[in-house]
Design a protein around this ligand. Structure first.
Ligand SMILES: NC(=O)C1=CN([C@@H]2O[C@H](COP(=O)(O)OP(=O)(O)OC[C@H]3O[C@@H](n4cnc5c(N)ncnc54)[C@H](O)[C@@H]3O)[C@@H](O)[C@H]2O)C=CC1
Ligand SMILES: CC(=O)[C@](C)(O)C(=O)O
Ligand SMILES: [Mg+2]
Ligand SMILES: [Mg+2]
Length: 349
C-alpha cells in the first residue's frame, strides 16, 4: 500500500506496481469466484477476471436476456455458467452484482450458501449500509468486501481491452478469515482496476449516490437543460443551442479537463472565455450549493436508497425507466443532439 498526497491530504492507495497481477493470481489461486448477475458490472468484471487468468464462473437466471448474453460472451452452461444458487454453492468468493434492488429479493438464496470462510463481495456499499432497509446482514463467519469501480461496467471492460484501467475504491466490512484485505486487493486488481483507493461501505454509498445524482448524471442534465432553454427562448436555433451546451463540452473541452485539469482547459480557450468563466463559476457554485446540501442530507437519511428500492423492486421497473429515458431522448435538446452526432465526420466513414 502506498501513501499518496491528494491535494494536501495523504491517503492509502494500491497500484498494480506494488500489487502486480502475478501476486493477485497467487493470492486467489485456490478460489472459485462466482460473478452473480450479468447486467452492466457482471460482464465487465467477469470477463476481465477471466482474461486475467482467474478461476471464474457466472451465476445468472436461466431464460433471461442476460443469460443469452453470457452465452454469447463465451460462458458455457454447466461449465462456467450456472443458475444463481448453483454458482453460489460452487463459489468461495461470491461477487454479488445483481441490481441493488434485486439483491434484496435474491438474498435468502445467496445467504444459504455463505458458509464459513467464504467471501461476499459487493461493488456498492448500498446493500450492507442500508441493511435496515435491505435486510442484507451477512453471517459473521464470512469476509465482506467491496470493490466499487468508479464508472460504468462498459467502461471497465473497454479500458481493460485498451490496456488502461478504471479506478476503484475498496473496503473491508468484515474480516472473518484474516485474509479479507489480501482477497479484496487481489480482486480489485483482477477486475481490471487502474488503482485502488481506500474507503468504507458507508462512505462509498454516500459519495456514489451523491455523485450520480449530482455532477456525474443528474446535475449535469439539469444544467444543460436550463442553458438550452434560455438559448432557445432567446431565438437561438436548436443546432446552435446544442453545440454551445453539450457538443463542444463533450468533444472538445471535457477531454482537455480529463487530460490535465480545469485550469489547463481554460488556458486553451480564449482570454475572453477565461475572463467570463473565472467570473461566473462562483455564482453557479453558490446557486447549486443548497441543492447539493439537500441531496447529501437525503442520501444520509436513507431516503434516496428507499426511493430506489421502492421503484426498482416493482415488476415493471424496467419499462418505467425505459419510458423516462425515452422522454429524455425525445426532448428537443437530445433530438438535436442525435442530428449533431450524425454529422460528425468520423460517423460518415
Ligand atoms: N452499472 C454500473 O456500471 C455500476 C454498478 N455498480 C453496482 O454494481 C452492482 C450491479 O449493478 P448493475 O450491473 O448496474 O446491475 P443491473 O441492473 O445491470 O442488473 C444485474 C443483473 O441483475 C439481474 N436481475 C435483476 N433482477 C433480478 C431478480 N429479481 N432476480 C435475479 N436476477 C435479477 C439482471 O438479470 C442482471 O443480470 C450494483 O450494486 C450497482 O450499484 C457499481 C458501479 C457501476
Ligand atoms: C457508473 C457508476 O459508478 C454509477 C453511476 O455510480 C452507477 O452506475 O451506479
Ligand atoms: Mg459509481
Ligand atoms: Mg452508483
Amino acid at each position: 500500500m502506498a501513501k499518496m498526497n491528494f491535494g494536501g491530504v495523504v491517503e492509502n492507495v494500491t497500484t498494480r506496481e506494488e500489487f502486480p497481477l502475478s501476486k493477485a493470481l497467487e493470492v486467489l489461486k485456490n478460489e472459485t469466484i462466482a460473478v452473480i448477475g450479468y447486467g452492466v458490472q457482471g460482464p465487465g468484471q467477469s470477463l476481465n477476471l477471466k482474461d486475467n487468468g482467474f478461476n471464474v464462473i457466472v451465476g445468472q437466471r436461466k431464460n433471461s436476456k442476460t443469460w443469452d448474453k453470457a452465452v454469447a460472451d463465451g460462458w458455457v452452461p454447466g461449465k462456467t455458467l450456472f443458475e444463481i444458487e448453483e454458482a453460489c454453492e460452487k463459489a468461495t468468493i461470491i461477487q454479488y452484482l445483481l441490481s441493488d434492488a434485486a439483491q434484496i429479493a435474491v438474498w435468502p438464496s445467496v445467504k444459504k450458501h455463505l458458509t464459513a470462510g467464504k467471501a461476499l463481495y459487493f461493488s456498492h456499499g448500498f446493500g450492507a449500509t442500508y441493511s435496515d432497509r435491505t435486510g442484507i446482514v451477512p453471517p459473521k463467519d464470512v469476509d465482506v468486501i467491496m470493490i466499487a469501480p468508479k464508472g460504468s461496467g462498459t467502461s471497465l471492460r473497454r479500458l481493460f481491452l485498451e490496456g488502461r484501467g478504471l479506478n476503484s475504491s475498496y473496503a473491508v466490512l468484515q474480516d472473518a478469515t484474516g485474509r479479507a484485505m489480501e482477497r479484496v486487493i487481489a480482486l480489485g486488481i483482477g477486475v481490471g482496476s487502474g488503482y485502488l483507493f481506500e474507503t468504507t461501505f458507508k462512505r462509498e454509498v454516500y459519495s456514489d449516490l451523491t455523485g450520480e445524482r449530482g455532477t456525474l448524471m443528474g446535475a449535469i442534465q439539469g444544467i444543460f437543460a436550463a442553458q438550452y432553454q434560455v438559448l432557445r427562448e432567446n431565438g437561438h436555433t436548436p443546432s446552435e443551442a446544442f453545440n454551445e451546451t453539450v457538443e463542444e463540452l463533450t468533444q472538445s473541452l471535457m477531454p482537455l479537463v480529463g487530460e490535465n485539469g480545469m485550469d489547463w482547459m481554460y488556458a486553451n480557450c480564449s482570454t475572453t472565455a477565461q475572463r467570463g468563466a473565472l467570473d461566473w463559476w462562483k455564482p453557479f457554485r453558490d446557486a447549486t450549493l443548497p441543492v447539493f446540501k439537500k441531496l447529501y442530507a437525503e442520501v444520509a437519511a436513507g431516503n434516496e436508497a428507499q426511493r430506489s428500492i421502492d421503484s426498482n423492486s416493482k415488476p415493471d421497473y424496467r419499462e418505467k425507466l425505459n419510458q423516462e429515458l425515452k422522454e429524455l431522448r425525445e426532448s428537443e435538446m437530445w433530438q438535436a443532439g442525435a442530428t449533431v452526432r450524425s454529422l460528425r465526420p468520423e460517423r460518415n466513414k
